[in-house]
Design a protein around this ligand. Structure first.
Ligand SMILES: Cc1cn([C@H]2C[C@H](O)[C@@H](COP(=O)(O)OP(=O)(O)OP(=O)(O)O)O2)c(=O)[nH]c1=O
Length: 209
């Protein structure tokens, strides 16, 4: 569980996070970004021939736009996370058997976690999106470890059937890239995107040290 700090940054105009993910709203709170939270209900199927980065960017835009204009607010944030192994896109497992199959295939191997982020500004009717990739290396997992983890119920609402911030923390040998990207929202990139669109105050000149 991520502890929220109470040092929120005031947004210039209201930000709405179009998400049902408790992790995403916790990360926004951790970064001090005040936002309303409204889930977006969209179809998350992969289109024929769609590449993983294209897929998560499209879904993040669709999530932002599904909520935009329906509730008060100016900047609507959407996001989508998938796990990619050998060009196979893994979303959330549909049942325990699929969770077992996903975790078995991730065992002992490196994979990518790709998150799409989009911000839709209803005032200017512009939507900017991007994707961020993190490489994750799993240790070898025994069948028993996988069954024990699945029995916790934790894998079922997570892409690739695991949570780096939860019971799978000891499965991870190394990561390269953004940690918050794996949990569902790359915070450096979302913060910069919101700043570039005028949704958050500019931080001033960056200093090379
Ligand atoms: C790989 C990984 C994924 N996840 C989560 C992030 C996302 O919540 C989820 C992927 O599903 P998503 O469809 O991206 O998100 P969601 O359905 O939970 O929420 P919403 O669409 O309403 O925003 O997997 C973790 O929490 N930890 C991890 O280590």
């Amino acid at each position: 569980m991520i502890q929220l700090k109470n040092d929120s940054i005031s947004a210039q105009d209201t930000i709405v996070l179009a998400s049902a993910s408790p992790r995403r709203s916790e990360l926004m709170g951790l970064a001090g970004i005040t936002c309303a939270v409204v889930p977006a209900d969209i179809c998350e199927d992969v289109l024929p021939g769609e590449q993983p980065a294209e897929h998560v960017e499209r879904l993040s835009r669709e999530k932002a736009q599904a909520v935009a204009g329906k509730v008060p607010g100016r900047f609507f944030v959407g996001s989508d996370t998938v796990v990619v192994l050998d060009n196979r896109i893994m979303g959330k497992p549909k049942d325990e058997a699929e969770a077992f199959e996903m975790l078995t295939s991730l065992s002992g191997r490196a994979h990518e976690v790709i998150t799409g982020i989009a911000v839709h500004d209803v005032t200017t009717d512009t939507c900017i999106s991007q994707s961020v990739t993190t490489e994750v290396l799993f240790k070898n997992l025994s069948d028993r470890e996988i069954h024990t983890y699945i029995a916790t119920g934790c894998p079922m609402d997570k892409a690739g059937a695991y949570a780096i911030q939860g019971g799978a923390v000891h499965f991870i040998r190394s990561i390269r890239g953004s940690y918050t990207n794996v949990i569902g929202l790359p915070m450096t990139e979302i913060y910069e995107l919101l700043q570039s669109m005028g949704a958050l105050p500019d931080g001033g000149e960056n200093v090379d040290r």
